[in-house]
Design a protein around this ligand. Structure first.
Ligand code: TXE
Length: 503
């Protein structure tokens, strides 16, 4: 059970295998979104700390035990990390409930599942294979090596702090990289607990994984612009993602971005209605809508629109708001005051655009199970896809319902948006399922399910939803680069003034 009575917990950050304060001695406070009160004190790192962490990661990459370790040994170490997460899953989950306001029920599921990433990528560590190429030259033996990209900087958001760090950390370690992580200033505690309970006792050499806590504009930008960082992996909003991409480009860093979405959840009249209603609820009200894959545009076929909305509203109305630490709670608080204001402002925008609010539409008071930063599950019908409420990411429990006529119309509306992260399709027709999966421009299409993720399935965005993929075999490619090796076993010579081509 979560203990909310303890006084402020003071954290240090983890750089080069030791626990340290920020060099400046500055700290920031982390707020419990359920009570609105500070509960933890976190070092406020700046460029000096980032420099220390990157230097440590660079040393660990170039020398010391890490680059000497065989990929098989790296894999074993990663399996040890997985076991340590299993041991501490409950505690890690509770910290995230406290720091982020995530539901304990969701955190139990997430922290139980997280070890799979380290088992899976640990298993892949010694299966990273180059190739021998039968090159078009006599007496040559050519091969391709696959080498780690080097020091990686991770910038992670507040909505699923540990899970999203895991998606980056596991493939990076398997590839042999070293890492500096800048968690969100709103939710740093679970990562620091992860370092204490998992990374430190795992036996990873010092400097392989480092953490710099602090603000995005200071610690984040120092990491993105540091000359010794070779790759940036970022998850967050599109505006920040674009800035990170531009800054990283100046020093030619490799970049992967997992950004926002405005995902269509498309319901055809041949669906199993109850499953689709539950899928619509899960798409927008799970995690209080604070998820990049939120199915925030519900596209309903005209013929079932009214019946569907009736069932949807009836189900959403029963959602239990409350303390995220209680197993029975279904909708928790919004994580940050700024996000709370943003959600409320979008509710007003939707109203002013002429959408009809058929459920919720404002803050949830204490009598409804709410607290300081609670928003009622909100549904707007009569939404036109050109409205801001249909085009811009709200990142909260606010659903836009849009009517469509037929398959063609559904595809047009679904793709008429800047984002392309996910999409849901509810139908019993096999033909329609495959057609829609092919025609929707999004990194993930779920048919008759929603918000499902796995370490085995690539995850990432089309269009403004990002660059690169996390999870699955291809994620490891983002942490590797290839080197072409030419060995001439034959005579030298030839005209030194022209390129050595086959012709
Ligand atoms: O995210 P930011 P914010 C979306 C969602 C939300 C909006 C804003 O719509 O309402 O973004 O949220 C770090 N250089 N998503 O402001 O700014 C920051 O410290 C380097 C979608 O909280 O993107 C944090 O660690 N780093 C999303 C991380 O970037 C910088 C998850 C993310 O913060 C930086 C979260 C800078 N200049 C929000 N500025 C998703 N894809 O799941 C900030 N940061």
């Amino acid at each position: 059970m979560l203990d909310r009575t303890a006084k402020l917990t003071e954290y240090q950050t983890y750089i080069d295998g030791t626990w340290v304060d920020a060099a400046s001695g500055k700290t920031l406070q982390s707020i419990d979104p359920y009570t609105g009160e500070p509960w933890a004190v976190i070092p406020e790192c700046d460029r000096t700390d980032v420099d220390r962490a990157v230097e440590a990661a660079s040393r660990a990459f170039e020398s010391g035990p890490w680059p000497q370790m065989t990929p098989t040994a790296r894999g074993k170490l990663m399996r040890r990390i997985a076991q340590l997460i299993e041991q501490h899953a409950e505690h890690l989950g509770q910290i995230e409930v406290r720091d982020n306001g995530k539901l304990i029920a969701e955190m139990v599921a997430q922290t139980k599942y997280m070890p799979e990433w380290f088992y899976y990528y640990g298993g892949l560590a010694d299966k990273i294979q180059g190739a021998v190429v039968a090159v078009d030259r006599a007496d040559h033996f050519n091969y391709i090596l696959r080498e780690p990209v080097g020091v990686c900087g991770f910038i992670t958001p507040w909505n699923s702090p540990l899970m999203l760090a895991t998606w980056k950390l596991a493939p990076a370690l398997a590839a042999g990289c070293t890492v500096v992580i800048k968690p969100s200033e709103f939710t740093s505690a679970s990562l620091l607990e992860f370092m204490r309970l998992v990374i430190e006792p795992s036996g990873l050499p010092p400097g392989v994984v480092n953490v710099v806590t602090g603000y995005g504009a200071v610690a984040g930008e120092a990491l993105v612009t540091h000359p010794k960082v070779n790759k940036i992996a970022f998850t967050g909003g599109s505006v920040t993602g674009a800035r990170v991409n531009e800054l990283a480009a100046r020093s030619f860093k490799k970049v992967s971005l997992e950004l926002g979405g405005k995902s269509p959840n498309i319901v055809f009249d041949d669906c199993i209605l109850d499953d689709a209603v539950s899928g619509a609820v899960s798409g927008i009200f799970a995690a209080t809508g604070q998820t990049c894959i939120a199915g925030s545009r519900l596209l309903l076929q005209e013929s079932i629109h009214d019946a569907f909305v009736e069932k949807l509203v009836a189900m959403a109305r029963t959602a239990r708001l409350g303390d995220p630490a209680l197993a029975e709670t279904q909708v928790g608080p919004v994580t940050t005051p700024a996000q709370y204001q943003k959600i409320l402002s979008y509710i007003e925008i939707a109203k002013s655009e002429g959408a009809a609010c058929v459920l919720g539409g404002g803050p949830a008071g204490a009598d409804e199970g709410g607290g300081k930063y609670f928003v009622k599950p909100t549904i707007f019908t009569g939404v036109d896809n050109r409205m801001r409420i249909a085009q811009e990411e709200v990142f909260g429990p606010v659903l836009s319902v849009i009517k469509f006529k037929d398959e063609e119309d559904a595809v047009r509306i679904a793709n008429d948006v800047a984002f392309g992260l996910g999409a849901g399709v509810w139908t019993q027709s096999v033909k329609r399922a495959h057609t829609m999966a092919r025609r929707i421009k999004a990194g993930t299409v779920w048919v008759n399910t929603y918000r499902a993720v796995s370490f085995l399935m690539p995850f990432g965005g089309y269009k403004a939803s990002g660059l690169g993929r996390e999870n699955g075999m291809e994620a490891i490619d983002g942490y590797l680069q290839s080197k072409s090796v030419w060995i001439n076993n034959g005579p030298g010579g030839g005209n030194p003034f022209i390129m050595k081509t086959a012709g």
